[in-house]
Design a protein. Sequence first.
Length: 202
Amino acid sequence: MTVSSEVVNRRAAVSLELNSYLKSTIDSEIVPQSLRAKYSFAAFDLSIEHHYSIALLVSNKRDGSAYALLRPLIEAEIAGRWLSFCASDEQIEKVRVKGFCPKPEAMLKQLEKSIQTENRIQTMFAGDGRVLHDFTHSGIEQWERRIASSGKVEPSYSDREIQGVMAISDLFASLSALGIAFGCAKIEVVNQIIPRLNKMRE
């Protein structure tokens, strides 16, 4: 097993600190009043939990498992946003009765029509969707990162790529916390999170 660099360890610590901040900021705000709010908050909360798990896994040098959680984290945030802003009352009921939710790509298209959506999110699923899929479902993208330059089979994830995965997870966890705060109409919390999001986008 490879040993993560000090840079990666510090980056994991930053994400863990962010997660603690997000949870402490929104935990007291999670009081959903409607079925729509309950489902959307649950999706957002799951995304934030995945964020914590990714940082914890990286800090414990379990990079492959951390990569595997990236797509579920993103999809949970997208689902939360779709449930909040796009899903009709009939669709919400269909979720309750049949557990039905559109595919992430379909939810993104609806989100694009109703609210501003990050272009990078569209790009991830349009151009990099297979990569995210492989990370989650143990495909070739994972296998190649477990073959060292020496030929040995061992984790060989680059520091730069790990930091990129963590930056993406930070962004979506923050968007999830923003979704909960917005859903609770807690403007003071929204105003605390937005500057952090803007800094991430720089």
